[in-house]
Design a protein around this ligand. Structure first.
Ligand SMILES: Cc1ncc(COP(=O)(O)O)c(C=O)c1O
Length: 466
């Protein structure tokens, strides 16, 4: 059974209407191909644990409106969208109590989206074309296992200027995203079946990778100035994963005194700190925060960076800066691994950096995201007032809202959806502690315009408090 529509048993909308809406939406959005088959009534009712009657009524309505047709011996098949739209216009709808409640387009506060309109397409395209030139030495090869030499040199320069990290190209390994960086580190440190301490709440994308590699996660609570040191000391962890410059998802900064103590802890316990510096380019209040790596004179910090926030997630390029002793281990035991980022993309990124486009882009994005961020805070204060507390507003491309309401998370999300706004739950960031997040929602703002942000927050107020 490939399809599992979400049916909300507590919703006022009857289940058969929800099911009908789901298929209608999938067919109109062309997510179900013309002539593809709908699951049988028996299969779907068993799968969703709803009555056959529910499925049958939803299907009848889809037939009546011309979304599907029933073919002898082959069940229900999806019809062509154009003909559906014409039929729909002439067919009287009987199923809705109100006309179509699905908004046509959403204001989507999706974390991870970036600014699209100001993306330096011309510059990036020029670099891609240059990289795809077959006379380019990298064009026909697998490329350097550690990653493009020139790109690593550019990253080393950038890290020194922007993050105070002193390293050479030789200490850097390129990977295809942070999760891959973590996989490699798990192997390098031999963390299988070992304890790995992590901020709780923390980035689930990384936590799951550790868990899948049989690491035992030790959750470390967060205080206003970062992780709880006593808990780190008790953890006996072989590695500690942190987001010190902008805790994910709560947004605080790890204090300088804790930074020094953590490096000391790692040194005394023969442990490593994995510093994920994912979005430090965008800081809106206070001084720039030096990286933990720049304070590390004990060779205990493994630094992780990514191009996903500062440039483009679709490049799938991240990097690791390894302490010398780990680099030696990598060179002895891990060069069997081929480089997983395409040499063509690496070359394009190299061109992008060496020609100064990257630095220019960051300067521009700082201003752009700053303006969006200011708009978001202003809109929240204007529309939601003291019914919402903002958490983690000093940096990055997201923040959390803690809402003064008794509505449950699913209700908050559903009501926002009805008004045409998408917001996201935060429960996945907590390990083993349900309920903690009950009234937190996450708002990513990188991909929205200032107008959309204002409109979106206004609609959220209407959805939740009117
Ligand atoms: C804490 C954290 N680290 C890293 C990343 C970036 O991951 P990637 O490099 O795979 O795009 C994200 C993106 O959502 C993140 O939230």
């Amino acid at each position: 059974m490939e399809r599992t529509p979400f049916l909300d048993q507590h919703s006022k909308t009857p289940l058969y209407v929800q099911l009908y809406e789901y298929f209608k939406h999938e067919i109109e959005g062309k997510k179900m191909a013309v002539n593809s088959k709908l699951p049988s009534i028996r299969q779907l009712s068993m799968h969703l644990k709803v009555s056959r009657n529910t499925v049958e009524t939803a299907y009848q309505q889809l037939i009546a409106e011309g979304y599907v047709e029933s073919k002898p011996k082959s069940g229900l098949r999806v019809l062509e969208v154009e003909s559906i739209l014409t039929t729909a216009k002439t067919t009287k709808k009987t199923i809705h109590s109100k006309p179509d409640t699905q908004p046509e387009s959403y204001i989507d506060f999706q974390y991870g989206d970036i600014e699209v309109d100001k993306f330096p397409m011309k510059d990036w395209r020029r670099c891609l074309v240059q990289a795809a030139d077959y006379t380019n030495t990298n064009f026909f090869s697998y490329g350097d296992k550690q990653g493009h030499q020139g790109l690593r040199e550019e990253i080393a320069n950038y890290l020194f200027q922007a993050r105070g990290v002193e390293c050479s190209a030789d200490e850097i390994i390129l990977c295809a995203g942070t999760q891959q960086s973590i996989q490699l580190i798990t192997q390098l440190l031999d963390l299988f079946n070992q304890k790995v301490a992590m901020e709780n709440p923390g980035y689930d994308g990384v936590r799951t990778v550790f868990q899948r590699q049989q690491c035992q996660i030790v959750p470390i609570p967060i205080e206003s100035d970062g992780v709880d040191l006593d808990q780190v000391e008790k953890s006996q962890a072989k590695a500690l994963y942190l987001t010190p410059s902008h805790q994910f998802p709560l947004g605080m900064v790890l204090s300088i005194s804790k930074r020094m103590k953590l490096i000391q802890w790692a040194h005394q316990n023969d442990s490593y700190i994995i510093e994920d510096d994912y979005d430090s380019e965008f800081r809106y209040q206070g001084q720039p925060i030096p990286s933990l790596k720049s304070l590390d004179h004990r060779n205990r910090v493994i630094y992780l960076g990514t191009f996903s926030k500062a440039f483009l997630p679709a490049t799938r390029v991240s990097y690791i800066v390894l302490p010398k002793v780990l680099m030696e281990c990598y060179k002895k035991e891990f060069t069997f691994l081929n480089q997983s980022v395409s040499p063509i993309i690496q070359d394009a990124l190299y061109q992008f950096m060496i020609n100064g486009y990257f630095a220019k882009h960051i300067r521009k994005m700082r201003k752009t995201y700053q303006a969006k961020h200011t708009q978001l805070i202003d809109s929240i204060q204007k529309h939601l007032g003291d019914r919402a507390t903002i958490i983690g507003q000093k940096a990055g491309l997201h923040l959390l809202l803690q809402l003064d309401t008794k509505l449950e998370m699913t209700e908050l999300i559903r009501k926002a959806n009805e008004k045409g706004v998408k917001v996201y739950p935060t429960n996945a960031f907590w390990l083993n502690s349900l309920n903690k997040d009950e009234n937190f929602v996450m708002l990513g703002f990188g991909g929205l315009t200032e107008d959309q942000i204002e409109e979106g927050i206004n609609k959220l107020n209407l959805a939740w408090f009117s």
